[in-house]
Design a protein around this ligand. Structure first.
Ligand code: ACO
Length: 374
């Protein structure tokens, strides 16, 4: 293999998975189910179950799973105390990383991994609670109650964020978005989580690995950067002109392009539809038209298409979600995929340790420090 091919492991098959297939016929399937059908017809919890247990739940499994997740939301006083120490200026991604890391200290996974499913459910359920507890304390000094009758993660998240009964259209939209983000084969954060799992490290370490890797703007951080871009323009015309200038300056436009997809991101159809529906009648409806102008310009100028992150930005904005929560929502969703991959890696493990092609200096003879001069 030559140097160009190995850069960024582009096109390299780095292992096998039965969890998702990406880009075959430009589609995306989770365990054989088309993403479009899942995003339109399932709940995020059904999809998490599918990813973890390999099949869609029957009603009885589903009810049990939902009530287990509901029971595992509350976080202990020790964790609440830790979250109270984190300033409002911290990025919420760091808050999630810290929260999960602390959970691993007080509710550790057993060394034989026999409680891995319990730990995974705990992490799935606790992530929104960790974020919301910190957010309200750091910004308003409120120690909010994390209790709720909401059954789903989408409804719970929006209830705790806005501290009132959530808007049903927003709950449905967030639920679909969580499904779209839940899994994507060997993307950077999932692959990194698998590397951690392959050393036989614990699930909390694998998940904090994923959070750290996801945060970068070339990966999950792109949805926040896309929002900053969209709101920097006042009209579609201004957006077109601005994007052309950025492309001339060789700037990367966040929320566009993809390593695997070459013509379109199949998740974009769904999230764009959602963003459009949420924009109607909203006081910032123009953001949708500005987004469309950016999309058209990117296609006309570079034949680049929006990935999932682009329209997620305006969709979340319309739900009243602060921009700094966009990537954390990606975590709340993608944790389902990371955990499924940790389980799959463990089921047939071999240490992931590739080789590198050495490009450094030839052999040199060593001179002790005392003989090297000033
Ligand atoms: N804006 C402008 N040009 C771009 C973009 C973009 N968003 N994406 C790719 N290109 C151009 C590159 O400049 C390069 O052009 P060149 O050949 O003339 O130098 C060419 O397309 C190939 O780009 P690479 O960065 O080499 O493609 P790669 O496969 O390594 O990267 C990536 C894929 C990282 C997603 C890239 O498209 C990108 O940086 N996009 C912006 C960040 C982003 O949206 N990330 C989210 C990914 S999806 C997700 O996490 C849900």
């Amino acid at each position: 293999m030559n140097q160009t091919n190995t850069q960024g492991l582009d096109g390299v098959i780095a292992g096998e998975t039965a969890i998702a297939s990406v880009g075959k016929g430009h589609g995306l399937k989770y365990r054989g189910y088309d993403i479009y059908d899942l995003a339109k017809g399932a709940s995020y919890e059904e999809v998490a179950y599918l990813l973890h247990f390999g099949k869609l739940p029957y009603k009885v499994n589903y009810q049990f799973y939902i009530s287990t997740l509901k029971d595992k939301r509350l976080i202990c006083e020790g964790l609440r105390h830790i979250l109270e120490q984190i300033p409002a200026t911290a990025h919420p991604m760091d808050v999630l990383k810290t929260g999960i890391s602390f959970l691993g200290c007080v509710e550790p996974e057993k060394s034989d991994f026999s409680n891995q499913n319990e730990c995974i459910e705990r992490i799935l359920a606790a992530l929104p609670a960790i974020l919301m507890y910190w957010y309200h304390y750091a910004n308003h000094g409120h120690q909010i109650s994390l209790d709720s009758n909401q059954k789903t993660i989408a409804a719970y998240f929006l209830e705790k964020l806005h501290r009132c009964e959530p808007n049903l259209e927003h709950v449905e939209a967030l639920n679909s978005s969580l499904i779209l983000y839940a899994e994507h084969e060997f993307n950077a954060s999932t692959f990194a989580s698998r590397v951690t799992a392959s050393t036989l490290s614990d699930i909390y370490s694998a998940i904090t690995t994923g959070i750290g890797v996801l945060g970068g703007p070339l990966h999950g951080g792109a949805n926040e950067a896309a929002m900053d871009l969209i709101t920097s323009y006042n009209t579609p015309e201004e957006a077109k002109e601005g994007i052309v200038k950025k492309l001339e300056a060789n700037d990367k436009i966040m929320g566009f392009g993809h390593r695997v997809y070459k013509k379109c991101d199949p998740r974009n159809v769904v999230i764009k539809e959602i963003a459009k529906a949420l924009s109607v009648g909203h006081k910032e409806e123009k953001l949708y038209y500005i987004s469309e102008a950016i999309e058209k310009t990117m296609w006309d100028e570079k034949k680049l298409f929006p990935n999932l992150d682009f329209y997620s930005a305006s969709a979340y904005h319309y739900m009243g979600i602060p921009t700094s929560f966009f990537t954390p929502i990606f975590v709340i969703s993608r944790v389902a995929g990371w955990a499924a991959h940790v389980k799959e890696q463990r089921a047939n493990n071999r240490l992931i340790r590739p080789n590198a092609s050495y490009t450094g200096p030839e052999e040199k003879s060593f001179t002790p420090l005392s003989e090297r001069g000033e």
